[in-house]
Design a binder for this molecule. Structure first.
Ligand code: GCO
Ligand code: MG
Length: 432
């Protein structure tokens, strides 16, 4: 095999469908041989670009593309202080692009480099959300008709803001609960107005745990009454309730037999999972907020979670993710890599390579990519019959149309596109 060198490392910004994506392209000394990788930290794209262009590119140009392990390890420590979503997304873009190149050089898909497939396609889950239980039920029915068996369900909390329901209008004047038997009346002037013409990663507004838990439990009851217990439902708490409320909620949820309950606690409170384990058998998913491969170790070592929800570019790409997956396999814990719209199609292709290879694959979160996104990324993984399918092409099997990508520059966003602040009725900040 020839020994191509890293000739040029490019960072490509593109926003084909209202989500900012960061892609790394590595061009090699071998004409026509290049690789692409996902470095998408959609809330902070510019520091990722700087970390690559100012530091990793000069550090790597001229090096052989072959030794991904050495490139990963030397880049990881090249900043002395390491980890975190900025440096690890930068590293992930490089890492995934090198795996793409290695697959192309070997003329085989990355999952074959990892040891071949353990399944033909990867089951996925899709998102439903609505202002009423009926609305969520109707969306679910629609997805079930398309063959989806695993469905995430989120519903608005009347009178308050809610995670996962982007339609929920928020802001001071629409947080309109005035009935204290339903929840506290918001007194804060610190919450910002929700403006239709603004692009938000996710609207903020006023969130209250008790009304939220009440509406979520009524949703699960409604869904099980309407569809029975055969279909798999998932729910994301998004770390918004207090630890002890989380313990209580996990017990209430148990009877609805969820496929998994996600982000019940924030990483800062994850020691509470011991309490949940002692009191109920609700399957637990955790990890999208981890920004280093070692964050998950205590959760795997003590069997405190059932599904690893890591956003693989946040820990540095395929190289660390396959090791986390292997550790999970030995502990009987499955993967459920993070994969909403702010994981680029390249990131999904990387997830898919691991999903087809790893014995302990659990489920893959699917994003329904927009038409522009599919055009910018030829080879975007396909969804059919509730599964994500590989096209079997060498490398990650996906490409980027740079000219088209350039036609979708990042749109202006207030505060550079920060996640909007979520507050309690008294004005205090809620983890989003
Ligand atoms: C999920 C996540 C996302 C994140 C988003 C952050 O389970 O898909 O919670 O919705 O909130 O990716 O940008
Ligand atoms: Mg989540």
């Amino acid at each position: 095999m020839s020994d191509p060198k890293i000739k040029n490392v490019k960072v490509i910004f593109t926003e084909p469908d209202n989500i900012r994506l960061v892609i790394v392209k590595i061009e090699t000394s071998e004409p026509g041989l290049y690789g692409i990788g996902c470095a998408t930290f959609t809330q902070r794209p510019t520091p990722v670009k700087a970390a690559i262009e100012d530091y990793l590119a000069p550090f790597l140009e001229g090096k052989s593309v072959k030794d991904i392990e050495d490139i990963w390890a030397s880049s990881y420590v090249s900043s002395y202080w390491r980890n975190g979503p900025v440096l690890n997304n930068a590293l992930s873009g490089i890492d995934q692009a090198l795996w793409d190149i290695k697959g192309k050089m070997a003329n085989m898909p990355v999952y074959d480099l990892l040891g071949g497939r353990s399944r033909e396609a990867a089951p996925v889950y899709v998102h439903t959300s609505g202002n009423t239980n009926e609305e969520v039920g109707d969306q679910m029915e629609n997805f079930m008709k398309q063959g989806f068996h695993h469905i995430r369900v989120q519903v608005a909390t009347p009178g308050y803001a809610t995670y996962g329901n982007k339609d929920a209008k928020t802001g001071v004047n629409t947080t309109n609960n005035k009935d204290v038997s339903k929840g506290p009346i918001s007194i804060t002037s610190w919450a910002r107005e929700y403006e239709d013409d603004k692009l938000y990663a996710h609207p903020g507004g006023i969130f209250e745990p008790v009304p939220y838990m009440t509406s979520a439990l009524s949703l699960f009851e409604y869904i099980r009454d309407r569809f029975g217990y055969g279909v798999e439902i998932l729910h994301d708490v998004h770390e918004r309730i207090s630890p002890i409320q989380g313990v209580w909620f996990a017990k209430q949820v148990e009877k609805f037999r969820l496929f998994f309950l996600e982000d019940l606690f924030s990483p800062e409170d994850q020691h509470y999972f011991e309490m949940v384990r002692q009191q109920c058998a609700t399957p637990i998913a955790m990890g999208e907020l981890y920004s280093t491969q070692s964050d998950v170790i205590p959760m795997l070592k003590n069997k405190l979670i059932d599904f690893i929800r890591i956003h693989i570019s946040d820990i540095g790409g395929i190289t660390p993710a396959r090791k986390v997956a292997a550790f999970g396999e030995l502990m009987g814990i499955k993967t459920a890599w993070h994969g909403p719209g702010d994981t680029s199609p390249v990131g999904h292709a990387a997830n898919l390579a691991l999903n087809l290879n790893c014995q302990n694959f659990g489920i893959q979160e699917a994003a329904l990519f927009g038409d522009n996104t599919k055009k910018v990324f030829p080879g975007c993984p396909k969804l059919k019959d509730g599964m994500m399918w590989s096209n079997g092409k060498p490398g990650l099997g996906i490409d980027i149309n740079e000219d088209l990508a350039a036609k979708f520059p990042f749109k202006e966003r207030e505060f550079g596109g920060a996640w909007d602040t979520v507050r309690r009725a008294d004005g205090s900040v809620v983890k989003p």
